[in-house]
Write a protein that binds this ligand. Structure first.
Ligand code: XMP
Length: 329
């Protein structure tokens, strides 16, 4: 039996390096995903029902990130949401692998959608491969994101079927119960590392799920080209859904995508505190990311990936990483 070690974001820290970066403002956070899709910031909204419809897509694209519309609605509704998006170049839409998703793709393409995100729980799968191949052949000029996978083998499989970008991580999301209910998954850093080792610039990689801080975002971008965020964006003004009042506090719903299936075992429903405008959250993440690059002595994301060095930490290391021994006010 072969049992490998697995590491998550919180198991490691980046080792700071000699730096000549003078100011965080000089750091470039742009990323080229290919097929003419260039982001100013490496942030992609989770294609989830409580995260991305037109308001979030408009807000994130105006900041230079990418919004991906969820698919938990009829084709007509998804098209109507897409038409309300002001920047179709930085707005994609997600699809599944059913026969009706071919029609969804056709209607989205007619409406001007240039980014498809084929999104299923376990994408290292024959039928996902077939759909990836179909979409790549039918819409060769569209950027095709496919996922999720947790291994280099799974990522190469999707690339060979025609994906331009592969979405990585299984069961790491804040609302996921896949690992508990099925026993399957790979801790985030180990999954991203195994994909980064084989992707080698042939295809782009998105780190999806489990990012809870700017520090995690920075670590993810040592392996991936961009990061997909769910819980960090949940509860912002631009997310779909109404405000819920409970015990004098305000919340919004944030539900795992699998909870929309009849026989869900792989996700939970949740409430998250309201957070105000998404641009404030993104700004804080970018401040942390820029600072991280300056600790690494690099002024762009490509250089961040060249030779990052990590230290594996213990629970004592994690404890001292957080503010401690004081009452934070
Ligand atoms: P975060 O941690 O950013 O994660 O909230 C968002 C990502 O979680 C994935 N996702 C799920 N995974 N069951 C799962 O196992 C689910 O019900 C579920 N819903 C979303 C998805 O990849 C998303 O981007």
């Amino acid at each position: 039996m072969n049992i490998i070690d697995g590491l998550s974001y919180d198991d490691i820290l980046l080792i700071p390096k000699y730096s000549e970066v003078q100011s965080r403002s000089l750091v470039d956070t742009s990323v080229d995903l290919g097929k003419n899709i260039k982001l100013k910031i490496p942030i992609i909204t989770a294609n989830m029902k409580n995260i991305c419809e037109e308001d979030m897509a408009n807000a994130i694209s105006s900041l230079g990130g990418l919004g991906i519309l969820h698919r938990f609605c009829s084709i007509e509704e998804q098209i109507s949401i897409f038409r309300k998006c002001q920047n179709p170049d930085l707005t994609g839409a997600s699809l599944g692998i059913q026969e009706e998703d071919k029609e969804r793709a056709e209607k989205l393409a007619e409406a001007g959608c240039k980014i498809f995100c084929l999104d299923v729980a376990h994408a290292h799968n024959k039928f996902v491969g077939e759909m990836t191949n179909y979409l790549a052949k039918t819409y060769p000029s569209n950027l095709l994101i496919a996922g999720n996978v947790a291994t280099g083998e799974g990522a190469n499989f999707l690339y060979e079927k025609g994906a331009d970008v592969v979405k990585v991580n299984i069961g790491s999301g804040s609302i996921c119960s896949t690992r508990i209910e099925t026993g399957n998954g790979v801790p985030t850093i180990t999954a991203l590392d195994s994909v980064a080792k084989v992707a080698r610039g042939k295809y782009k990689v998105i780190a999806d799920g489990g990012i809870t801080s700017a520090g995690n975002l920075s670590k993810s971008l040592c392996f991936a080209d961009a990061a997909m965020l769910g819980s960090l964006l949940a509860g912002t003004d631009e997310t779909p859904g109404s405000i819920i009042y409970e015990d004098g506090r305000t919340y919004k719903r944030y539900d795992g995508s699998s909870t929309f299936k009849n026989s869900n075992i792989e996700g939970v429903q949740s409430l998250v505190p309201t957070k105000g405008p998404v641009k404030n959250i993104v700004q804080k993440l970018l401040d942390g990311l820029r600072s991280s690059l300056s600790y690494q002595g690099v002024d762009n994301l490509n250089d961040l990936k060249k030779d990052p060095q990590f230290v594996k930490i213990t629970s004592a290391g994690l404890k001292e990483s957080h503010p401690h021994s004081v009452r934070v006010i």
